[in-house]
Design a binder for this molecule. Structure first.
Ligand SMILES: Nc1c(NC[C@H](O)[C@H](O)[C@H](O)CO)[nH]c(=O)[nH]c1=O
Ligand SMILES: CC(=O)[C@@H](O)COP(=O)(O)O
Length: 165
């Protein structure tokens, strides 16, 4: 089911593990800053709604979505006590094929970080054909993908904890 017809901000609090003990990292791309800042605030809002302490959220900025890969890798290495990391970006198609390369690289790079490290990285990167689509998904008519990413981060932090023998 596409985003159309669902609200990315809606979630059932009763189906979310208690996140009070968890620590989260957020790496935010500065490209399309209006969009990524809305995504970041949407994610933080949901983390706080689920009892995450503000001091247990660490945020770094990177220049663009391509740099999310390196930024998340260094955050994994620097903060081994994190329970999950959220990678936030907004890639909007332009005139050239650069969009395709950035989107492919970031999705593959973040996938690799999930394979290579014990700290899960949540893919909160919008890949839109135009600015309106990005606005619609970062607090607009389709809700906020940052909220969806925060829910995923809490669930993956719990899965990581439960998977420990
Ligand atoms: N066009 C967008 C970019 N491009 C920049 C790259 O992400 C990268 O920072 C640059 O190629 C230097 O390595 N980034 C976005 O996040 N969103 C875009 O729409
Ligand atoms: C995703 C991009 O890098 C893209 O927005 C850049 O725009 P253009 O393809 O017109 O150079």
């Amino acid at each position: 089911m596409a985003t159309e017809g669902k609200n990315l901000s809606e979630y059932d609090k009763n189906k979310i593990p208690n996140a009070k003990e968890f620590r989260f990292g957020i790496v935010v791309s500065e490209w399309n800053e209006e969009i990524t800042e809305s995504l970041c605030q949407g994610a933080i809002k949901v983390l706080l709604e689920n009892d995450v302490l503000e001091r247990k959220i660490v945020r770094w900025n990177v220049p663009g979505s391509f740099e999310l890969i390196y930024g998340c890798k260094k955050m994994q290495e620097s903060y081994d006590m994190l329970d999950a990391i959220i990678a936030i970006g907004s890639v909007i198609e332009g005139e050239t094929k650069h969009f395709d390369f950035v989107c492919e690289a970031v999705s593959q790079g973040i996938k690799d970080l999930n394979v290579q490290s014990d700290i899960p990285v949540i893919f909160c990167v919008l890949t839109d054909q135009n600015r309106q689509q990005a606005l619609d998904r970062s607090g607009g008519k389709h809700g906020n993908k940052g909220a969806e990413a925060a829910v995923a981060a809490i669930k993956m932090a719990q899965l990581r904890k439960d998977s420990r023998i």
